[in-house]
Design a protein. Structure first.
Ligand code: UDP
Length: 446
């Protein structure tokens, strides 16, 4: 087990410093790595504690800080001999925010105990990003404070304020987060049994009201036409599509689709075609028509369609995804991990090859591959919404084979079938989603 590292940050006044140092000593006697942040004035008491055997770390912070109006040598509250000076001192406390944030970025403590006179410290701690601590794009880091130790690469986490520059999107994103915390609660298109640790985390740790009332599409009493035309006009006649699928063995076809937004370069489409062919599996592949592809189809390898005539179906445009996934012939799903597609994959009970591209898809990938263990990652490394590329044919073929063949695939399928069953039960009368919705409506009525 790694040692907990706790930062203690007292106000520079004896009445705050003394008990904080006592607290740091207490923590250190519990095998915690304790570090106290002090101004030069308070170095001696910490040094004394160290000499008497406490293994306590120390960081000295310059005070008065840069741009202060206080005279050098003024380093604690007891030296303020006028009310005006106290006001300047208070202003100076805020100037500590930047050097303090730099310290957090550098050391990444597990916990920060900050004096109440540093109210900004809470936000500073929240904004400390693990990914800034990695030295290269390929190095992995664990996303903190989640129920599982999930590892990501920096390039998989997109952040619109990466360069610290505010733009319209960062402003919107801040407003979204604020409005979510102020709202009465969140309706989640998921079901409790799929992610109990995360549902509990959201409610109990983040203390948000949440009602898991999905999968919403399972409540559809609609006809097949409705399923075929969700969101867009289908690019293939549903009868033709079903006829093709119905002529295939159960679990023998892999369905490949990347949602409604992501686009790939022609080079990447070419790799997909080769990967699919190398996998030797039957397939339905949905290719979103980008601008280039409208003009020419040079992404298709020479003779691809002739060679795969009996094996594959390419849908150029919008596919009736739900109808396809529900079909018995479908045995696996290569998905970009959009949340809707992920949920639709879960509900069809098939293992998945995860190929996240942008948005929160890299997080959904971890749910599928590491938490639910019903899929394998294709190894997508780069967050990129438009003209994405970088996944090679061998990785694609291997991913498809792993979910469609052998014992590993069979085990994932078994688990996926269990989630499929639980999803259906969740939306039935007295299931978890039914009960959550009913509880919300009750709450709203009274
Ligand atoms: N979809 C579809 N046919 C397509 C592409 C997408 O029916 O050819 C549907 C898919 O079933 C899902 C939604 O569009 O319900 C896509 O949402 P998701 O969250 O998976 O990804 P996004 O499009 O937002 O990236």
């Amino acid at each position: 087990m790694t040692r907990l590292h706790v930062f203690f940050f007292p106000l520079m006044a004896q009445g705050h410093m003394i008990p904080t140092l006592e607290m740091a000593k207490l923590f250190s006697s519990w095998a915690v790595q304790a570090t106290v942040i002090v101004t030069p004035r308070f170095v001696t008491p910490v040094e004394n504690a160290r000499k008497s055997g406490y293994n306590i770390g120390i960081h000295v912070m310059k005070f008065p800080p840069k741009n202060s109006e206080l005279l050098d040598g003024i380093t604690s509250l007891d030296q303020m001999n006028s009310d005006d000076m106290i006001i300047t001192f208070t202003r100076d406390l805020e100037l500590l925010q930047e050097p303090f944030e730099n310290l957090l970025e550098e050391y990444h403590p597990d916990c920060l105990v900050a004096d109440m006179f540093f109210p900004w410290a809470t936000d500073a701690a929240a904004k400390t990003r693990e990914d800034k601590n990695v030295s290269s794009d390929s190095e992995e880091f664990v996303l903190p404070n989640l129920p599982h130790p999930l590892k990501f690469k920096k390039t998989q986490i997109h952040n619109f304020d990466d360069a610290g520059i505010e733009n319209d999107f960062t402003k919107l994103s801040t407003k979204i987060k604020e409005s979510e915390t102020r709202s009465y609660g969140v309706l989640v298109n998921s079901f409790y049994e799929l992610e109990p640790d995360y549902a509990d985390h959201f409610r109990k740790v983040l203390k948000r009201n949440a009602w898991h009332i999905g999968p919403l599409f399972l409540n559809k009493k609609g006809e097949e036409d409705d399923k075929a035309q969700r969101g867009n006009e289908s690019a293939i006649d549903k009868h033709e599509c079903l006829e093709w699928l119905n002529s295939k063995e159960p679990n023998s076809v892999v369905y490949i689709c990347f949602g409604s937004i992501a686009t790939f370069t022609s080079k990447q489409l070419h790799e997909i075609a080769n990967g699919v062919e190398i996998s030797g599996q039957k397939f339905v592949w949905v290719v979103r028509k980008g601008k280039d592809e409208d003009q020419n189809e040079n992404w298709l390898p020479e003779g691809f369609e002739e060679r795969t005539r009996d094996k594959g179906l390419i849908i150029r445009g919008w596919a009736p995804q739900l109808l396809i996934l529900e079909n018995k012939a479908i045995g696996g799903f290569v998905t970009h991990c959009g949340w809707n597609s992920t949920l639709e994959g879960v509900c069809s009970g098939v293992p998945m090859v995860t190929w996240p591209v942008f948005a929160e898809q890299f997080f959904n990938e971890k749910l599928v591959t590491e938490v639910l263990r019903i899929g394998v990652s294709v190894g997508s490394k780069q967050w990129k919404r438009v003209a994405s590329e970088g996944v090679e044919r061998e990785a694609i073929a291997l991913g498809i084979r792993r979910i469609m063949e052998g014992e590993e695939g069979a085990e994932m399928r078994k688990r996926a079938q269990e989630y499929k069953e639980q999803a259906r039960m969740a939306v039935e009368e007295h299931g978890s989603s039914y009960t959550d919705l009913s509880a919300l409506l009750q709450e709203l009525i009274v």
